[in-house]
Design a protein around this ligand. Sequence first.
Ligand code: A2P
Length: 273
Amino acid sequence: MPSIGLGTYRITKYDQIFTAIQSALESKYKLIDTASVYRNEAHIAKALDELNADRKSLFITSKLAPKDHGTEKAKAAVEKSLSELKTDYLDLYLIHWPGIQNCDPKSERNKDLRLETWKVLEQYHNQGILKAIGVSNYEIPHLKELLAECQVLPMVNQIEVHPHFQQRDLVQFCQDHEIHVTAYSSLGRTVEVSPLLTDPTVIDIANECSKSEAQVLLKWALTKGFSVLPKSTNPNHIRDNCLLDFDLSVKDVDRLNEIEVNTKYAWNPSVVA
Ligand code: A2P
């Protein structure tokens, strides 16, 4: 799996998708991350087609929406993503949230629905249609529940993780079970002014390394072994976000480890857990 990908959350207009994908391909990104809830899968397919992109050289990830848990809905969701993305396989497909939309968060039925969904993903994986399968926003209890019942182990957990919200126990659990961690919201820009890009420690390290604050934050994640999915529609940002061929010193990584404030900047999935 490529370690740097283009995130596409909240890029819904076709011209923005086209520009972002064009810039990403020019900068040799291989990974494009989408989801059915982003409502841009068809736009991505159209842009890739117009840009004559070679499907086989790309790694495309999509995700199953919270409304699509359960056997029949999950099958329909996989088929719809394949059709919207105009592809006969996905490199990675994730359950987007453990929560089940419109269900009582405490209902035991949620566990059954999650497992039904996973079994559908396993079937598509066994047929070679979903090359890899995994989850997103899963917390330790969700992972334990899945590990106890699955035939195919989840390969990835895509979660919010950055120096202000390091999720150390969850990351350790994933690493102990060989579940690769993909970090999202690495730049904390789901809020107006990013508290990460403006953190004095991040600014200091960026100045000392002659790199941008974004590059420092993305490099911190790579140093931890995570893959990253910075979202951008700005060609300069897209280019800079993959120029990460530099080292952070052990001291700088430690300084970034110390700015934990246990604050999430993305939406909190536990409201539907
Ligand atoms: P833009 O589209 O103008 O580049 P996250 O991936 O953490 O959700 O962050 C995405 C946000 O961060 C977007 O608002 C994006 O805005 C911004 N962003 C992406 N790359 C950079 C960068 N290199 N420098 C500053 N802001 C960036």
